[in-house]
Design a protein around this ligand. Sequence first.
Ligand SMILES: Cc1cc2nc3c(=O)[nH]c(=O)nc-3n(C[C@H](O)[C@H](O)[C@H](O)COP(=O)(O)O)c2cc1C
Length: 206
Amino acid sequence: MEPGKIIETLRKRESIRFFDRRPIPAPVLRDILESARLAPSAKNLQPYRFIVLFRDEWSEEFDDFMYRPGFKDAPVAVVVLAKDEDSYHRPVDHHPYAWVDASIAVTEMISAATAYGVGACWIVYLDAPRLKSVLDIPEDWDVVGIIPMGYPARGPLSGTKRKRRSFDDMFMNGRFGISLTEEEFMEKARRMESGTPDGRQDDDTD
Ligand SMILES: Cc1cc2nc3c(=O)[nH]c(=O)nc-3n(C[C@H](O)[C@H](O)[C@H](O)COP(=O)(O)O)c2cc1C
């Protein structure tokens, strides 16, 4: 894929809270799930699982978790689970990476969906213990969120609602608290571009 296409896709992404009831074609949905399966994770431990629910099949109890009326029309929802115990822990303080890994997989899934014009939204406003009981999720698996997916009811994905921090409010220059303006950044990036590579090689171990 051309790099420009990727950024164009990311620009279009927006959280979709109203779905039309059109089904997602099977190969498209397959690709969306596959993108989560292919996601990177710390030490490749893949400490996440996904429960896939089709609207035609989900119970009334599960439907309650689609807490906005527009969510209820999504033809598919994916429940995202993570297990700290199975994940990489940062050695110095044992901080687990399960939720980070799971979120990366979801991001990949949503990006793939966006490329197909399929909308999605994270739902984290939920009663996790209740969801665990509704879906028989074992105690040691955390519910990270639910992702309803489907075609947007209000026109194609456009990313128009997006409000974000400015460049210099988001990025810092070499150390904490020093803002990096877009001009400074471009100047440094151009300098890097015109410099010679140092020939160092990356270590590609897990
Ligand atoms: C981790 C996470 C949890 C979220 N939880 C909810 C949620 O429970 N309900 C909801 O309507 N939107 C939820 N959102 C969507 C955000 O509100 C949305 O991403 C943000 O406002 C930026 O808008 P955009 O996604 O359209 O760019 C969540 C997003 C993320 C990343």
